[in-house]
Every structure is written in structure tokens, then in C-alpha cells.
Design a protein around this ligand. Sequence first.
Ligand code: OAD
Length: 239
Amino acid sequence: MEAVPFSTSTRLAVMTGAGISAESGVSTFRGKGGLWSKYNLYEVATPEAFARDPRMVWEFYNLRRAQLPTVEPNAAHHALARLEAAMPDGAFTLITQNVDDLHDRAGTKHVLHMHGELAKVRCTGCGTITETLDDLGPLPHCDSCGAMLRPHIVWFGEMPMFLDKIDVAVRDCHLFLAVGTSGTVYPAAGMLSLAKSCGARTVGINLDEPDNVDSIDHFFQGKAGELLPPLVDEWLSRL
Ligand code: OAD
């Protein structure tokens, strides 16, 4: 594995996507067998779809929510948690497009879930956010105000979460690592070239070449669960 510059003073920003959870048994979105080959994203993952047919949208997310307790973090999630624990405060930022809770369960303390979280629901009336993986039925409503609940998920056409914090971490990092993401969905996909244009080295680990591979200085092709732990161990040996 080609050496990537890393030292005690390195500030690292990590962006993960569905590929990091693939070895845990969570489906990716694109490619053969991906969720968007089985579902029409415009029918299940847009505000318009929820306004038109909330039952169908809930059905899609209830299946994803029910799967969460049946899957476990893999070696790649654990490697990133080890890295966060070993790096100085503020030097490690984990940004994920994933709505699963596998980074959190692996022990990473600060996870920026830019596309929301399956384990949370939000009231469309009073805005209350509740953490729950309970089966809420086909069309859940808020206990306090009676309005319809929605998954706490960023749908296509909505603004991702934590963009201010993400922007600072990406512009300030010395090293940007992208793991398991096809580099197709913006603004997440643009973070890599933003980091590079601000002077960072960029590293990618992915099964297939992502769309933004031209902006990656060190690209390692393969499975995150196999390639990330040795890379992290090598970095840890330099702390
Ligand atoms: P994609 O499904 O677009 O891409 C997953 C990437 O992971 C692909 O490039 C695969 O080659 C790679 N991959 C698969 N298995 C892997 C493994 N074991 N190790 C490493 N890489 C692997 O998923 P995302 O890029 O995360 O948004 O998709 C971005 C967004 O599109 C998602 O957050 C979601 C989706 O629509 C919303 O729902 C808003």
C-alpha cells in the first residue's frame, strides 16, 4: 500500500458512503442489486413522494429501520472509531452520508450524519425529533401535536444537515479520506475536490472507481473492511 503522509499534527476529514456498510449487509444505492435498482427514488425519497403517498415512503423506511438491529459494524467502522479515539481533539471529523447507525455503534463519538438518521423520526407539525427504532406502524403520528411523523432523513431536493460544520472541517483538513461512496450525490461528492483545492491530500478507498476519482491523490481499490484497517493501523503507528 502506497504511503500516505500522516503525522501527529494531521487534521483529517473522513467522508463515508454506503460502501462502508456493505460488508455489514446493508444495501448500497447504485449498481447491481442496489436500492435504486429496486425502488424508484422519486417514489420513496423526495418531499413530493411523501406528500403524494406517505404510506409508500414509510413502507420503504420501515424496512430499512427494521433491518438496523440485525446488522453490526464491520472492521472499517471499528478502524475509524480507533482512529478518532487516538487523534487529538478536533483533529478528526467523520462525515457520513449513511443513515444507518453503524459508525455510532462502532464507538465513533462525533458523527456528522449529513443525510439524516434512520433511528430518528421528526414531527412534520411541531418539529420534535425522537430517537426510536420501534415499529411505529404504517403511518405514524406525533403523540404531542397529532401531525404526521416523517423519517429524519434528507430527501432529494432537501438541504443536507451540518453543512456549516462540514464546510469548516473540509476546508481546514490536511488529509481527506473518502470511503465507500460513488461520488455521485452533491454536495457530498464535491467535498473531495473542495478539500483538494484548499491544499489537502486526498485518499479514496472504494470497490469501484468513484465518479470523482480524478481528484483522488491516493486511490486504493477494494473492500473497505479489508483495506481501511491496515491503513488506519499504519497511521496509528505514526501518532
Ligand atoms: P452508492 O450506492 O452510490 O455507492 C456506493 C459505493 O460503494 C460504490 O461506488 C461501490 O463501488 C462502493 N462499495 C460497495 N461495496 C464496497 C465495499 N465493501 N468497500 C468499499 N466500497 C464499496 O452510495 P453513496 O455514494 O453513499 O442519499 O450514495 C450517496 C447517496 O445516494 C446516499 O446517501 C443516498 C443515495 O441516494 C440519500 O438518500 C439522500
